[in-house]
Ligand binder design. Structure first.
Ligand SMILES: *Cc1c(COP(=O)(O)O)cnc(C)c1O
Length: 369
């Protein structure tokens, strides 16, 4: 047992976070008004290359607003990969639409365009690509399907800050996109999220809904059932300070992934493929072991060594609330039962990476697995 535990994630708040938060406290602008909200929104839109943005209180509601802004609701179907975080699917369920699960591709672990095509019906209104673990989906193939069937594309970019596809940041390919700033996301505000789009009307709808459906031309008059999905100035202050260092975080995570790949070479583990046209931002560096039972043994071995890991997401179609129309999604299930996320934060030191990879190597050596 080693003395120091290595957590799976830990945000780096050593920049201007404290100074900006103190400014909120000193000026008493602690709620959802104040200079940081607008500055963070503008700067974030600039960072991803979108023309419009609306900050919200978490990534889940960002996805909910994306769907609401498109008018998606009961009777509609939204195609979503089953291998995702449950929030992608919950956001669809909140609107009353039906999530239609599809499988993933073996190499990139992303939504499989061929399986998307097989699941388009007359009720399909949108496809939700999720750029899982920081790898980009095959946007050309998905946009082709969307154009052919006149579907919306709603990108879940919660795990993809810094991810590019053909040189462009993800979140700018579809009609509208959501980001998350949860504590373990690449840029964090504690809890927080953002809706981005190049369509002004869609962002205006998202803004309208996130602020209790306040009518534009009359004070305290509301013309739809809206929500309070606002971000606070304090959260935005943290976000702005984080964004100032986003490129540094992303570069550190890419370097980290390179160290993992290098040091784990030769062991019977596989990595998430990085395709030629994309830049992976490695939100969570992950490995696949050969068998599910080995996965649990390796995780237990790493826990013993003070190294925190996570299993890959459970495919959402296997969860009780979504299992009523259970079908097999072979690739997603296989990946999920064999995958492990390794510690992936930007401040992780080379000695710590070495300790993690040595521990994995020792697991294979000692047990002759
Ligand atoms: C984190 C995450 C979300 C939701 O974000 P929260 O800020 O935690 O609500 C949505 N989708 C995916 C894929 C995520 O990883």
């Amino acid at each position: 047992m080693t003395d120091t535990r290595i957590p799976i994630y830990q945000p780096d708040l050593s920049g201007n976070e404290k100074a900006y938060v103190n400014e909120c406290l000193d000026t008493s602008w602690i709620s959802s008004r104040g200079r940081f909200v607008k500055e963070f929104e503008d700067r974030f839109a600039g960072f991803v290359g979108a023309t419009h943005s609306a900050s919200v209180c978490n990534g889940t509601v960002a996805m909910h607003l994306c769907l609401m802004a498109l008018g998606i609701g009961p009777g509609d179907e939204v195609i979503v990969p089953t291998l995702t975080y449950v929030a992608s699917v919950n956001a669809i369920a909140y609107t009353g639409a039906t999530p239609v699960f599809v499988d993933s591709t073996r190499s990139t672990w992303q939504i499989d365009p061929d399986d998307v095509r097989r699941h388009v019906t007359p009720r399909t209104r949108a496809i939700m690509p999720v750029h899982l673990y920081g790898q980009a989906c095959d946007m050309d193939a998905l946009l082709a399907i969307a154009n052919e069937h006149r579907l919306f594309v709603v990108e879940d970019c919660a795990e993809a800050i810094g991810t590019t596809y053909k040189g462009r940041h993800v979140g700018t390919f579809g009609d509208i996109a959501g980001f998350s700033f949860f504590g373990n996301k690449t840029v964090t505000t504690g809890e927080g999220g953002m809706v981005v789009s190049n369509d002004k009307t869609l962002i205006e709808r998202a803004r309208h809904l996130k602020g209790q459906g306040l009518a534009a031309h009359r004070e305290y008059w509301h013309d739809v059932v809206g929500y309070n999905y606002r971000m606070t100035n304090i959260e935005a202050a943290i976000g702005l300070a984080q964004l100032e260092r986003a490129d540094e975080f992303i570069a550190a995570k890419r370097a980290l992934a390179a160290q993992y790949v290098d040091q784990l070479a030769g062991l019977p583990v596989e990595f998430q493929g990085e395709t030629a046209d994309t830049e992976h931002s490695w939100w969570m560096f992950s490995i696949l072991v050969e068998r599910p039972d080995q996965r649990d043994a390796l995780r237990a071995h790493l826990t013993q060594a003070g190294i925190e890991t996570r299993p890959l997401f459970y495919p959402v179609h296997t969860m009780p609330m979504y299992a009523h129309n259970y079908r097999k999604h072979r690739v997603a299930e296989e990946l999920a039962w064999r995958g492990i996320n390794l510690p992936s934060w930007p401040g992780l030191q080379p000695e710590q990476v070495r300790r993690i990879t040595s521990s994995i190597a020792a697991f294979y050596k000692t047990d002759g697995r």
